[in-house]
Ligand binder design. Sequence first.
Ligand code: ATP
Length: 294
Amino acid sequence: MEPAFLSPHFCKGVGINLINFKNKDRINLCQVVKIRLLPGSNYKKIVEFLLPGMPKAVEVKNLSKSYGNILAVDDISFDVEENEIFALIGPNGAGKSTTLRILATVLTIGDGSASIYGLDVKKEADKVRHIISYLPEEAGAYKTLSGISYLKFMAALFSDDKSKQKEFVDMAIEICGLGNRLKDKVKTYSKGMTRKLLVARTVMTKPRLAILDEPTTGLDVVNAMEIRKIVRDLSSQGMAVLLSSHNMLEIEFLSHRVAIIDKGKIHDIGTAEQLKEEYSAKNLEEVFMALTRK
Ligand code: ATP
């Protein structure tokens, strides 16, 4: 194996302080016994460097998908890191749901390739399904079941092991925050309550990647904020999250990085801060306008 070297330039860029190796031009990684991460260090780049073979949570390369003569997704590429909240943002019909459905293995891939933690979504779809969870935009819960019965029913689909099922349900109860209302039938729930139940169902199995299509659409400010908090908490516990939204302002505060998509094409990818700076914009809506006017 080739020895890995840390150059002073790289260390400065990502925020590593090399103790006792300050004056060397290149440091053989095998020699580094102690490094200190500086405040604000870019740990993702550091991990990427130290573990170059680690597959990303999502890798999409030159993906295209047509429905008849409608080109819904047009040669897009992006990746998502472990622990990252990554958002596809764009207007209606931009190709967001099509992309998410392909990654969730419910829609076949057109051209290009896509993998989840190194598993090919086409060739290894069964394995992919074991490590992801998908919340479709139009998902519903069984209305004649109580919230708790719905969660138990769904937990039993994921595992035969009773203790695992209980673990899933307990986690969902905590996440959804519906308390006593879980005893009531789903048909008595508001839109926000149903969505929270569904988000909890989606993540209760602790998937390595949660794919959430418009998780807060149609919700009031309070419910939307609660769902954003759930997503953030999960990401801080190690889950990668890929979501879509056409609410550019809310996504700005939720996601680590965003891809701006319109008419099937990704126009740019970056953190909200990077994109705002690049396009001299006050918010992501302005970035979007600047990008799609070109
Ligand atoms: P929205 O925000 O409105 O949900 P979106 O960004 O998720 O939109 P998609 O649902 O992926 O966009 O749609 C992308 C394009 O593909 C649109 O032109 C849409 O009409 C078309 N499309 C999506 N699903 C189908 C389908 N099943 N059959 C034919 N065309 C479709």
